[in-house]
Every structure is written in structure tokens, then in C-alpha cells.
Ligand binder design. Structure first.
Ligand code: GLC
Length: 453
């Protein structure tokens, strides 16, 4: 966070309403008991609220962009980019069957991917709602052949699989004329929509808003909207995307996490903030959020793994997007890539979910994490060991030096196979040099993890 951002946040900050009640969604291994303690001084980092601490340990989530536009297969901005008239766009309602949309199935894929939450577009900029707006608008799923509340299906499916449901909701709206003509009336409509989501679907992990960047000078009445959430869903995380051009920017004091849309998250300077704010990077698997049937530029598992690591390096969550098909299922390639990277996440679960940055650094991409006192070193760019007949290129083996290791280390081993590694420690200097070996022939897990004890 830059200094001006911090100043602005501090200026705008009002007391942030201490979280009430016990956790409405609970996860194993989540430490509770932190209160909202304002920082004691300019250099102190505030203690996260329990809901924020829990959110950080969710670590990895699935973003789902899906709606009427998915039938066209040219991204979620297609109505705007191709200037499709409402009268034409509306026809997409007649063919929206959602026949393959299955909340439980989606949640199962997320679980296999090692993801702990899903953020689904309950309404995107085209104004179409995947939920029953109960008379607020006919531009919703109840006015399509699908005729079932998909947010009900989604939230129930998530809970059945132990996945925390989050809801994306647009604030920018291309459908409602009031958005341009009568902003006060539009906000009433928006707030009533949010109230439905807060009251009809049980505990929601969080609300992810997007679109305030479209009217920078408008009075969005954020106090009013967030008060609705705090009233009905005191444990929900509140996010309001600051967009592609203002990544990591702090906003309203109720916001629990900043966003780094499509970028590498940078470390947050939280010193002196009255409230601890989490960070989350959202990213597309190819170059579109809503399905682009002719977008082939997909990430493969190594990039997914490296991006997840880059996020955890700075304590940020990683929210990786999928764009389901017209009928509502995740495309084959996307689910396969997620499953494969999920195998990696499961192998390194303790480091990934509970590991926090603790000042353990190394040159290049390597870094260390501290999971409640258990230290892990994440080693990048290793090759496969073998001989000239079976492997190509360097193994990357050799010494890797980490700084900021303040605990006495008695053992260093690869987490995946328990192979002990030679090391030297200079405790007063906080220096630890580990002699890394390459991947055993037959394996290559992209980022390899050293466990210290
Ligand atoms: C942008 C886009 C939007 C997408 C979002 C996800 O704000 O407008 O289509 O949903 O990013 O981060």
C-alpha cells in the first residue's frame, strides 16, 4: 500500500464494528480468539478480526463468471463491447436453461482443486441475476427456462462439500436505466438486491463487489450498503474491487480485503492501520473471465502453482477464475488443470493454508512461510536429477540461502519424500543455507518445499 493510499484510508476510517457472534462458517485449523485491536502505535500492525484471520487461511478460492453472456462465449463484457441492444440481449433469457449448473458439482471440483471457497457472479454488469429477485426485476433466472434459484443451489452445494460460498455482485449496471437516470433509485434497487442475498441463503462467506470504479465521483452510499451486510451477515468478508488500475488500494473502512486484479500482489504495509485488511489476487485462467470459446491462452498447472505461491509469499489469497459453458459446467481443460494443481496443494496443505510470511527471504522466487511455528521454505526452479540419457538441462541443485530464519533448526527435509538435506545455520545473522537436491527422477512438483524442524 502506498503512503497516499494509507493516509486516505486513515482519514476515512470510522470504528469498524467489532465482529459479533461466533463464526457462522467454520474451518478446521482456524485459530480464533483474535479481537479487533486497534494498533497501539504508528509502527504496529493491527491484529486481524477473526473473520479476516479465517479468510486468510482459506488461501485459495475459485472465481466463477457465469451468466447469460456465457451462451455467446465471447467474454462477460460482450454486451458492452459489441453494443448489443437490450432488446436483443434479452433474447438470451429465452435460451438460458442452466441444465448443467450444479452447485454441488462445482464445489466438488473446487474441493479437488484444493480450493476452500468459491466466489460466484450472482449478478454481473449485464444486470442479469442468477437468483430470484423476488419481483425487483424480470431480468433474472426466474424469467428463463431454468426457472430455479441458482444461488440457492450454489450455496447448498458449497456447504455440502465444505466449501465457503462467496457472492460476487456488480454495482455497475448496464441494464437498469436508473443507473444513469436516477442514481438514488438505482441504489435502492441495488441495496434491496443485496438484502435478498443476505437473508435468503444462510451464512455467506463474503460479498465481492465490483463496479464502483465506473463512477468514481458518485456517492455510492457504501455505509448504507455495508450496514445491510453487517446487520444480517456480521461474519461476511466485504470486498469491493478497485479494478485493474488501482490494485491493492484501500477503500471504505468496512472493507476486509483489498484486491489485486490480474496482477502479482505486492506486500502490504499495514503498520499504523487501525484495522488489519487482507489481500486477494484474482486472475483468469486464460484472458477472459466469462467463457471465451476462442481463447486458447490458458495457464497450465505450473503457472497456477507458482501464482498461488507468489500470493502466499505476501500472505494474499489466490482467487482463480473459471468460465463455465452456456449450460453451466466447467470446461474440461479448466477442471483438469485445477485437479492437477490441486494434487500439489494437497501435498503442501499445511504450508499453503496456514503458512504466513514471516520475513524469511531468499534471492529470486524462493521464500519461507511460518505456519504457527512450523517453518517451510519454498524452492523454485529445480530440475530433475538423472543422467544425460534421461534428463535435459540443469537440476538447479546446490545451496540456497535464506535470511530471517530466527529459530534454531535441527533438521531440514523435503516435505514430499522426507529426504534429509544438508544445511548450515548462522543463527545470530538469521541465515540458513540449505543444500537442495533436484527432483528425484520420476517427479517434478514445480515448487518444492523444505520442512524445517
Ligand atoms: C473487472 C471486470 C469484470 C470482472 C472483474 C473481476 O472489474 O469489469 O468483468 O468481473 O474485473 O475481477
Amino acid at each position: 500500500m502506498t503512503a497516499p493510499h494509507r493516509r486516505e484510508f486513515l482519514k476515512g476510517l470510522v470504528s469498524s464494528g467489532v465482529a459479533a457472534a461466533a463464526a457462522s462458517w467454520n474451518l478446521t485449523g482456524v485459530r480464533s480468539g483474535h479481537g479487533a485491536e486497534p494498533a497501539g502505535g504508528a509502527d504496529e500492525i493491527p491484529v486481524p478480526l477473526p473473520r479476516v484471520a479465517r479468510f486468510e487461511r482459506l488461501a485459495y478460492g475459485m472465481f466463477i463468471h457465469w451468466g447469460l453472456y456465457s451462451q455467446l462465449g465471447r467474454g462477460e463484457w460482450v454486451m458492452n463491447r459489441e453494443k448489443i441492444a437490450k432488446s436483443d440481449y434479452q433474447k438470451l433469457r429465452d435460451t438460458f436453461t442452466a441444465e448443467k449448473f450444479d452447485g454441488r458439482r462445482l464445489a466438488g471440483i473446487a474441493r479437488q482443486a484444493g480450493m476452500k471457497y468459491i466466489t460466484l457472479t450472482s449478478r454481473h454488469h449485464d444486470g442479469f441475476s442468477l437468483y430470484d429477485t423476488r419481483g425487483l426485476s424480470d431480468h433474472d433466472v426466474m424469467h428463463t427456462p431454468a426457472r430455479r434459484d441458482l444461488i440457492a443451489d450454489f450455496t447448498a452445494g458449497c456447504r455440502a462439500e465444505g466449501i465457503v460460498p462467496f457472492l460476487y455482485h456488480t454495482t455497475l449496471d448496464w441494464w437498469q436505466d436508473s443507473f444513469h437516470q436516477d442514481f438514488a433509485a438505482y441504489l435502492d434497487y441495488l441495496h434491496k438486491s443485496i438484502e435478498i442475498l443476505c437473508t435468503q441463503y444462510g451464512p455467506i462467506g463474503g460479498f465481492w463487489f465490483d463496479g464502483n470504479w465506473s463512477k468514481k465521483d458518485a456517492d455510492w452510499q457504501e455505509d448504507r450498503m455495508y450496514a445491510i451486510i453487517r446487520r444480517h451477515q456480521p461474519e461476511a468478508i466485504i470486498v469491493n474491487n478497485t479494478g485493474l488500475h488501482e490494485r491493492g488500494r484501500l477503500g471504505h473502512p468496512e472493507i476486509d480485503s483489498v484486491t489485486f486484479e490480474q496482477g502479482r500482489p505486492t506486500p502490504m504495509d499495514r503498520r499504523g492501520l487501525p484495522k488489519y485488511v487482507a489481500a486477494e489476487m484474482c486472475q483468469t485462467m486464460n484472458r477472459h473471465w466469462g467463457i471465451g470459446v476462442n481463447d486458447f491462452a490458458y495457464m497450465a498447472p505450473p503457472q497456477i502453482i507458482e501464482n498461488l505461491c507468489a500470493c502466499r509469499k505476501v500472505g494474499a489469497n489466490y482467487l482463480l477464475n473459471v468460465g463455465p459453458t452456456a449450460a453451466g459446467e466447467i470446461p474440461d481443460y479448466e477442471s483438469a488443470a485445477l485437479r492437477r494443481s490441486g494434487d500439489w496443494v494437497r501435498m503442501h496443505a499445511d504450508a499453503i493454508y496456514d503458512g504466513k510470511p514471516a520475513g524469511i527471504e531468499a534471492p529470486g522466487d524462493d521464500f519461507g512461510l511460518d505456519a504457527d511455528g512450523r517453518l517451510y521454505l519454498l524452492v523454485h526452479h529445480l530440475g530433475v536429477r538423472g543422467d544425460a540419457n534421461v534428463t535435459v538441462g540443469p537440476t538447479g541443485a546446490g545451496p540456497r540461502t535464506f535470511t530471517g530464519v530466527r529459530q534454531k533448526v535441527s533438521k531440514a527435509e523435503w516435505l514430499d519424500n522426507g529426504e534429509a538435506l544438508k544445511f548450515e545455520q548462522d543463527l545470530p545473522a538469521g541465515k540458513l543455507t540449505v543444500h537442495c537436491t533436484g527432483f528425484p527422477y520420476g517427479t517434478n512438483t514445480v515448487v518444492r518445499v523444505v520442512k524445517l524442524s
